[in-house]
Design a protein around this ligand. Sequence first.
Ligand code: HPA
Length: 272
Amino acid sequence: MSNTAQIKEVQAYIESKINEKPEIGLILGSGLGVLGEEIENPTAIPYENIPHFPTSTVEGHKGQLIIGKLKGKTVVAMQGRFHFYEGYSLDLVTFPVRVMKAMGVKKIIVTNAAGGVNESFSPGDLMLIKDHINLTGHNPLIGPNDESFGVRFPDMSDAYTPALREIARNVAEKNGIALKEGIYAGLTGPSYETPAEIRMLRILGGDAVGMSTVPEVIVARHAGMEILGISCISNMAAGILPQPLSHEEVMETAEKVKNTFLTLVKGIIEEM
Ligand code: HPA
């Protein structure tokens, strides 16, 4: 079955369960799925029930799609995303973005937990993604280009929509949130980086490092969607502090920053 046919099948399946078309898509990163619990009149669809969706395996990811109302807007949220390091193809990693696009979603908020490369950051900081550096060595658009999805050579100059970043800054200021802004360096993982790699990322201009987001953003941009990216700095990247890195720390920090994260993202959705 072609990718297009699969997208249509999933779109039809989801639309059969909901009454209103979602206008905003949310991809919730490690420990940030809590936003899904704020959705009113939710329709939750476990990934295992959705045709062609893999069941997300990473701890802290629930693995369900939630459709409902947030700040008066109809949203579709992914509680748990698919990662390249889990062994899924980039086609599969980015499949939900294409489904969202098919359902009529025009704006997407991508969130993630990331390591702080910029030494002025602290764990618990929230960082607005200004731009990214794709260091995965891969691109989800490799292969024949389906012109109905987008152009062969999509422009990535303003991948993270300036107007949405402006909204995010304003909402942060209004709520007294010290929102950082910076460049997200995307690697495949799953091993964390070495201290030497983190020094390299800093020289390259990276402020945060993570193992997601880049493929989804490339596909969303290809599809002409507006994109907002927010990283939760869950830990300082390797070699900055004497302690080792762990997924537990990532989850703990996300839990601590939960309320600020919710205020920020809900405030942004209200203004979108
Ligand atoms: N490196 C890569 N990915 C991450 C990190 C990190 O330090 N923290 C959370 N996701």
